[in-house]
Design a binder for this molecule. Structure first.
Ligand code: SF4
Length: 164
């Protein structure tokens, strides 16, 4: 007997903060192999790289790449957390704060030299890993992200929401 078509999909968002966005590139490369499979069970509702920007709203999973470097970013990522049932930190910058957070370990002299940049771009005193700002449910380490572990995280989220 034919299985009824699944209508519910995992609603996800993909967000980038302070980083080089290489994990975004890795994710889009994975679409070459997984688009058909994922399009049946995943809706990329909020992902600037894939579609026009949409006003933020409820989602099952937010994948968040990059470190948090300013009060504005803290506010934005807290808003995302408020809309997402689960948050997955993507890549070393989100998971550990590094390498985006290199300036945290600058000596005092260097910190003084870059002070005008911190002020000009309204940056925070310290670059933070995601977990220092919001609750994180899962992590995909790597610089850029380890794609095998990302696939594990996607499968685990699909299972958690009873879609796999
Ligand atoms: S973890 Fe590495 S690849 Fe990913 S954003 Fe940071 S620097 Fe770029």
């Amino acid at each position: 007997m034919n299985q009824p078509a699944k209508t519910k999909k995992l609603v996800v968002g993909w967000f980038s903060f302070s980083c080089c966005e290489d994990s975004t590139i890795m994710m889009t490369e994975l679409l070459n192999d997984y688009y058909d499979e994922w399009s049946k069970v995943i809706e990329f509702r909020y992902a600037k790289i894939l579609r026009q920007d949409k006003p933020l709203g409820p989602m099952d999973v937010a994948f968040v790449e990059g470190a948090i470097a300013s009060p504005k970013q803290e506010k934005d990522v807290k808003k995302i957390r408020g809309f997402a049932k689960k948050v997955v930190a993507i890549g070393s910058c989100a998971v550990t704060g590094m390498p985006s957070g290199n300036r945290n370990s600058f000596d005092e002299k260097t910190k003084q030299e870059i002070k005008f940049l911190i002020e000009r771009f309204n940056l925070g005193e310290k670059v933070k890993k995601l977990e220092e700002v919001i609750t994180v449910d899962a992590k995909v380490p790597g610089c850029p992200m380890n794609t095998d572990l990302f696939l594990v995280a996607v499968t685990s989220m699909l299972k958690e929401f009873h879609l796999a």
